[in-house]
Ligand binder design. Structure first.
Ligand SMILES: [Mg+2]
Length: 348
């Protein structure tokens, strides 16, 4: 089988309900859809999501159409790692990190989808799954919500059967975080995991000061306490807190995870499919972390569920509230694996 061409479709529209974390307003529903075509009629599809910046989906579309797509025409789509190597070399001059990596990830995911469809099997089966369902928590505690809104959405998440809840912190003073965390804890009960996420908002001393308080409030982990690329800061912080540091969603490529993992700067590793380099890189980062005994919790869900099914060190999939159409239900706090061929997911 050979790749004969690609198709790209771009969507960029305002989000109906904008959400806020400590540093950014996420007000867009942007998407770049990639379709890889072959001479045998089998196709592979991936969707790359953008939460802000109206122009990003189109810029990625241009990188795929003019640069990365032509480079994979004629290749055997089963040689996923060989194609990755070719695309990394191609983008080295302009910088492989950033939107180049988004493009490489989009191709990687579409190739896995294509492989699964060509064999009529879900990708989690091709990867040799370790489990048939993934424990799930709900990221619902956005900063634009007042305390009443936070309580309401946390209750809804628990009603839907999620194991626990994640909430944003760092939007105001520490006293505000404490009030909000206590409110959510009162709703979800003493035993459900409650995670806090600062989205890189703090410097080292503020992260340490707040981290000690989050620890006292029995939070399950402290996510992105520092700027994502501050490896040395993460290592020092992890040394001073018992609370696990969770990070990884804003690191590009697996080399960016090596020193963080080896130095003990991360207690829960959280790669993002788009930024880490696709399914292949997330899988390899997860296995590297497994070698150090570090648990893996994905940034986001969707196609990531196939990686989570396969890794030995998976602890959670991240999700929003379940879709209201009832297409998926949690069983014992877990997402079941999607049965369809390729990279099928519950996203629709
Ligand atoms: Mg996060």
């Amino acid at each position: 089988m050979r790749i004969t061409g690609i198709g790209v479709e771009v969507v960029s529209e305002p989000k109906r309900h904008a959400v806020r974390d400590a540093l950014q307003l996420l007000d867009r529903n942007g998407r770049t859809r990639l379709v890889i075509e072959t001479d045998e009629g089998v196709t592979g599809v991936s969707d790359t999501y953008f939460g802000r910046l109206a122009s990003s989906p189109a810029v990625l579309g241009q990188i795929l159409t003019e640069q990365l797509g032509p480079a994979i025409v004629g290749e055997d789509p089963a040689l996923i790692r060989q194609i990755r190597q070719k695309l990394r070399a191609l983008t080295d001059y302009q910088g492989t990190a950033g939107l180049s990596t988004y493009g490489i990830s989009a191709i990687d995911l579409a190739l896995w989808d294509l492989l699964g469809k060509s064999l009529d099997a879900p990708v989690w089966k091709l990867l040799g799954a370790q489990r048939t369902a993934i424990p799930a928590y709900a990221m619902v505690g956005w900063l634009e919500l007042d305390v009443a809104g936070l309580e309401q959405v946390s209750a809804r998440a628990m009603e839907q059967g999620f194991r626990g809840v994640k909430m944003k912190v760092g939007g105001g003073p520490l006293t505000e975080d404490v009030t909000r965390i206590k409110a959510v804890r009162a709703v979800i009960g003493p035993d459900a995991p409650l995670m806090v996420d600062a989205n890189q908002a703090f410097d080292f001393h503020e992260a340490l000061r707040r981290g000690r308080v989050y620890e006292e409030l029995d939070c399950r982990w402290f996510e992105e306490p520092l700027p994502a690329d501050d490896t040395e800061g993460h290592i020092r912080l992890a040394d001073k807190l018992d609370l696990p540091i969770a990070t990884g969603e804003n690191r590009y490529g697996q080399a960016a995870f090596r020193d963080l993992v080896a130095g003990g700067g991360v207690g829960v590793i959280q790669p993002d499919l788009r930024r880490a380099g696709g399914l292949t890189d997330c899988l390899e980062i997860g296995l590297m972390a497994a070698g150090f005994g570090i648990p893996y919790a994905s940034h986001g869900g969707g196609a990531h569920i196939h990686v989570l099914a396969a890794l030995p060190n998976t602890i959670y999939v991240e999700s929003g509230l379940l879709p209201s159409d009832g297409r998926v239900e949690l069983v014992d706090g877990c997402y079941p694996l999607p049965p369809g061929p390729g990279l099928s997911s519950w996203d629709g």
